[in-house]
Write a protein that binds this ligand. Structure first.
Ligand code: BGC
Length: 441
């Protein structure tokens, strides 16, 4: 296409979502239970009927098709599929079959995540991810899912953001099970790796051609004081723990300290068919002599534009370069890359359009320079239940009122649709957002 920055043929333009944030009435998991505690969620809010997707997701799938999207990433709710240990609910599995069929009918390729932060209550009560039994339990659940819906899905994410789940539950202790404890965190790290590997092999045993990975949260950490050795070390420690350790295990099977002594376990090796990146924010780290905080405090670089705020402060910073830094860092692993989540909370949509164009321009530049990036899944289609922040964070291309369920597309939806339909960044759109027509910015 002339006069535009075209993306490769077959590029996936999608949105991403998760079961608990959208389906509604997921009463049988640990998040629902947590939400009932006073003060747990911002303003005492609850997930409630969420976006009502369990009852009627099809209307929003129509929206996706109208926007010109050709992929959608959703997650399966384990607590619906296996409500009691070893008992699988065929009705729930059939509902997921219907959802996947509905996506195919609209020309939208489904991508499935098997775990997105929620666990059945029975599992939580057995010790959840702290109990080594999780590896077999997760593998069995995966086998059942693949038997039932595998013919409708070829792209799988075993676990969404395993290390965010670990960090929130076992380092910061702000999510269930609220066990901030470094030794338990290490144990959970191992279980996440082995459960991922168990699921990876289970899927491949049934579907040799499947594409399987995780949605890996990626962050860039800068030392707050660039010449300060403590800050440099605390920033590097984060990268080591959240990236080097994870990729060494899942690509080479090597368990680096403190997970192991460098031994290779073939069960873990080569368990990423592609790299899925969830990218939101870049941080500055200041050294603090506190091992429980991994020797650092994290914050945003001063003087940069910030996004809407959450109860924890600004959610993220306007930083189009960050995604590029991350993709360049992962390219040497030689795997195809998909951006499995990326988004900005912006209720009045006064930042997202400019932000989206800047991010996609960066993505296009990376592809032009040789990066094998094959798809982009925007977080998210409609405003949904944002964990501790309840309904206060508005990530949707489409505004949604959780009480009335009325949807109102934001300008960002129109913009994303133009890009997806064109499979390109049209020049006039780049010019409008100050990204230049043919030159680079
Ligand atoms: C999670 C989503 C969440 C989004 C925005 C990601 O880390 O996977 O569940 O809604 O960030 O906070």
């Amino acid at each position: 296409m002339t006069g535009t920055r075209a993306f490769p043929a077959g590029f996936r333009w999608g949105t991403a979502s998760s079961s608990h944030q959208t389906e509604g009435n997921n009463q049988n998991n640990q998040w629902w239970r947590f939400e009932q505690q006073p003060g747990a969620i911002a303003f005492g809010q609850r997930s409630g009927i969420a976006c009502n997707w369990w009852a009627n997701v099809e209307a929003d799938f129509d929206q996706m098709a109208q926007l010109g999207l050709n992929a959608h990433r959703l997650s399966l709710e384990w607590s619906r599929i296996e409500p009691r240990p070893g008992e699988f609910d065929e009705v729930a599995l059939d509902r997921y079959r219907a959802m996947l069929t509905a996506l195919h009918e609209r020309g939208i390729q489904p991508w499935l995540a098997l775990h997105h932060f929620t666990n059945p209550l029975w599992l939580e009560e057995m010790g959840g991810w702290e109990n080594p039994a999780i590896v077999e339990q997760f593998t069995t659940y995966t086998e059942k899912v693949v038997q039932h819906v595998g013919d409708l899905c070829g792209h799988w994410l075993t676990i969404n953001e395993p290390l965010v789940y670990l960090g929130q539950g076992w380092l910061r202790g702000v999510w269930p099970p609220h066990h901030p404890n470094l030794l338990l965190a290490l144990r959970v790290y191992r279980h996440l790796l082995y459960a991922h590997a168990g699921a990876y092999h289970a899927i491949h045993n049934a579907q040799p051609d499947a594409q399987v990975s995780v949605a890996k949260a990626m962050r860039h950490f800068d030392p707050a004081r660039p010449r300060h050795l403590g800050d440099q070390w605390a920033a590097r420690l984060r990268r080591y723990l959240f990236e080097d350790l994870w990729f060494s295990a899942t690509l080479d099977g090597r368990l680096l300290p403190p997970l192991g002594i460098g031994q290779v376990d073939p069960q873990l090796a080569n368990t990423l068919d592609f790299i899925g990146i969830n990218y939101y924010a870049r941080y500055q780290v200041t050294f603090t002599p506190n091992p429980a905080r991994l020797f650092g405090c994290e914050g945003y670089t001063l003087g940069r534009e910030l996004s809407d705020s959450s109860s924890r402060g600004p959610y993220s910073q306007f930083d189009p370069d960050g995604l590029g830094i991350i993709c360049r860092r992962l390219q040497p692993y030689g795997k195809p890359i998909y951006i499995t989540e990326h988004g900005l909370p912006d209720q009045d949509d006064d930042q997202r359009p400019r932000w989206l164009v800047a991010q996609l321009t960066e993505l296009h530049r990376l592809i032009r320079d040789g990066a094998d990036i094959r798809g982009y899944f925007h977080w998210t289609l409609v405003d949904n239940f944002e964990w501790n922040d309840g309904w206060t964070m508005h990530f949707g291309l489409i505004d949604m009122d959780p009480i009335t369920q009325i949807r109102t597309p934001r300008h960002s939806a129109t913009l994303y649709s133009r890009i997806a339909h064109a499979n390109a960044l049209p020049d006039n759109l780049l010019a409008r957002y100050g990204m230049g027509s043919s030159g680079e910015k």
